[in-house]
Design a protein around this ligand. Structure first.
Ligand code: SF4
Length: 235
């Protein structure tokens, strides 16, 4: 005999697993995450050494597929050798490539840095632009890099930096199921208050480096372990 609608609902509820009913993006859960991050990293800052927006832009391009520590070993000498965007714009990419070889993918990075410097000089009066749209017009600059520059150098909250750490964090904490950094960013922007976007980006990057490591996350000492359902938890 077919079930009545009310019976169907009851039966459906009875077999629904508890986990699927958890609201992973609820305000209460997000506040616990924010509180833990604030406690762990109250003064989280960008780890890339820089003295101005242009240096930060170059350092961020260099940091793709490379550690910040390695980038910080290369950039002081690089910026001493080429102090201005005009100096970079005048370089042949092959020459710059030799200076940045140790950061990996150096030919492509050199091409992008010289291209970005040329455009900054020709179209933006030698100043790194302050809008997402303009930054995205520079070679080698996607939303992640633009968010780093706008947030850290200019204090402008235009989005959330989604690098490898933030992407992993969003998935482990089930804040996003999306597979592209851009879509993960859109999900995070809906659940993280705008006045937290810059700090949250820094904090989660540090959290990914120090606690929620890619391999063997330190779950036993993680302050949000109780609200984390990551399948690769180590406790
Ligand atoms: S419990 Fe483990 S996987 Fe979950 S957030 Fe903490 S460190 Fe990451």
């Amino acid at each position: 005999m077919p079930l009545k609608t009310s019976e169907k609902t009851t039966r459906k509820k009875a077999v629904m697993p508890i986990r699927s009913r958890i609201d992973y993006t609820s305000k209460a859960r997000m506040n616990k995450i924010f509180a833990a991050l604030d406690k762990l990293f109250p003064n989280a800052q960008c780890a890339l050494k820089h003295e101005n927006a242009f240096q930060l832009l170059v350092a961020t391009i260099l940091s793709a597929q490379c550690t910040d520590t390695r980038v910080n070993m290369v950039t002081p000498g690089l910026f001493q050798k080429y102090p201005t965007p005009q100096d970079f714009a005048a370089l042949r990419p092959e020459v710059l490539a030799e200076d940045i070889r140790s950061t990996g993918f150096f030919r492509n990075k050199a091409k992008n840095i010289v291209g970005a410097a040329k455009k900054i000089v020709s179209d933006f009066g030698g100043q790194v632009p302050r809008t997402m749209e303009e930054l995205l017009s520079l070679p080698g600059v996607a939303r992640k890099t633009a968010n780093v520059v706008l947030g850290t150098a200019y204090g402008l909250a235009t989005g959330i930096v989604v690098d490898t750490h933030v992407f992993r964090f969003a998935h482990r904490l089930k804040l996003s199921q999306e597979q592209s950094p851009e879509k993960v960013e859109q999900d995070l922007m809906k659940i993280v208050p705008k006045d937290r976007w810059i700090t949250f980006s820094h904090q989660v990057i540090w959290f990914g480096r120090k606690v929620c490591l890619a391999r063997k996350p330190l779950c036993a000492t993680c302050p949000i372990e109780k609200i984390c359902d990551a399948p690769d938890k180590t406790v």
